[in-house]
Design a protein around this ligand. Structure first.
Ligand code: CA
Ligand code: CA
Length: 353
């Protein structure tokens, strides 16, 4: 049986000047670090048509679906700096087997995280299946089990955390796509979290600027402090696959919430102004699922408005500008003890070479 061998290596160096805003580098001035990112070998064999079998081992990128559960295995920020850039995503000491047979994709994975200083190393194992029901509909299901922690205290319960996930996407019409996902967690007679979302996308492709409108409602549960079980959704290794997904809100998603204890409405519009310039604007409304988890009584957390302008200036130069405001609700005011509107303006440049 013939096959094709692949291999890759890459590194990441980041530095934040002054104090890091992520709050995980307290006491460290100018945090920064160079780390190995990808280092893998793989083998893939063609099984005819679009079918293949593939095996990969080492440190590599892996994502499932929209990145709601698994996308980013690499810790950014803390002693490494560069929190917002999120340059690290590869998992460590990992393995993947993948079989595409007709409309069915089957994957088995063993993934290790890449924690920063003081972080805990863990592995998860699981299986993922995706199936194209028709040209217009696809379904997926994933099982993930936390398998190994290097920290005995955390391992005590966390090694029994199990996540069961199902998802589907349907092109209801040529313009309208409905998608959703539901993840249930249990294990150790302790975990009782769940996370889900339902999203509709409406593409006005025949209009000028080809605008797309999106509405999404997402729930990731919080812990009720009056019960011994942990009802908080454990967000695993979610990552960025689009604006608001899965950093929900530039301010709220990056700096406040880690994809748990929130119920979020999002309305998002995006448009392609020219071949190289696009604009995206979103409004997000946040409600706490369990205000008691963060010691407040009001569930209203706030509203956020984000505007993104992206410009592929040349083949190699990509520029982006972000403006965001977060208007805190009563719950956020109780949590922070302040009532000021938070704002954030950011410019981003990336050069590919
Ligand atoms: Ca990362
Ligand atoms: Ca509880």
């Amino acid at each position: 049986m013939g096959g094709e061998v692949s291999a890759g290596i890459s590194g990441v160096a980041t530095k934040t000047y002054g104090e890091s805003a992520d709050g995980f580098a307290a006491g460290i001035d100018d945090p920064g670090k160079a780390t190995l990112e990808k280092l893998y070998v793989g083998w893939k064999t063609d099984l005819g048509g679009d079918d293949f079998f593939e095996i990969v081992g080492g440190d590599f990128d892996y994502e499932i679906g929209t990145g709601f559960l698994i996308k980013d295995g690499g810790r950014d920020g803390g002693d490494r700096g560069g929190f917002y850039l999120g340059a690290r995503s590869a998992s460590r000491s990992s393995g993947l087997v993948r079989l595409q047979k007709g409309e069915l994709l089957l994957e088995g994975f063993w993934l290790g995280n890449n924690p920063g200083r003081g972080g805990i190393k863990a592995h998860v194992g699981g299986v993922n299946a995706e199936y194209d029901v028709s040209e217009r509909a696809s379904i997926g299901a994933t099982y993930i089990e936390v398998a190994h922690f290097d920290d005995p205290v955390t391992a005590n319960t966390a090694e029994e955390l199990k996540t069961y996930d199902v998802r589907a996407a349907v092109n209801v019409t040529d313009r309208f796509t409905l998608s959703g996902e539901y993840a249930l967690q249990d294990g150790a007679s302790f975990y009782e979290g769940n996370g889900w979302y339902l999203q509709g996308d409406y593409a006005l492709e025949d209009l000028r600027f080809e605008p797309t409108l999106t509405y999404r409602y997402a729930v990731v549960t919080g812990d009720d402090p009056t019960t011994p079980q942990n009802e908080e959704f454990v967000p695993l290794a979610y990552g960025f696959t689009d604006y608001g997904q899965w950093y929900q809100g530039e301010i709220t998603g990056n700096w406040i919430f880690g994809n748990s204890n929130q119920k979020t409405h999002m309305i998002k519009g995006s448009a392609t102004l020219t071949d190289s310039v696009s604009v995206t604007a979103s409004w997000l409304n946040f409600t706490l699922d369990e205000p008691g988890q963060i010691g407040v009584s009001d569930e209203a957390f706030g509203d956020e408005i984000d505007v993104f302008l992206d410009w592929q200036a040349t083949d190699r130069l990509f520029l982006s500008a972000v403006a965001a405001v977060m208007i805190p609700g009563d719950g956020a005011e109780q949590f922070t003890g302040g009532d000021k509107t938070w704002s954030h303006i950011m410019f981003y440049a990336s050069v590919a070479f």
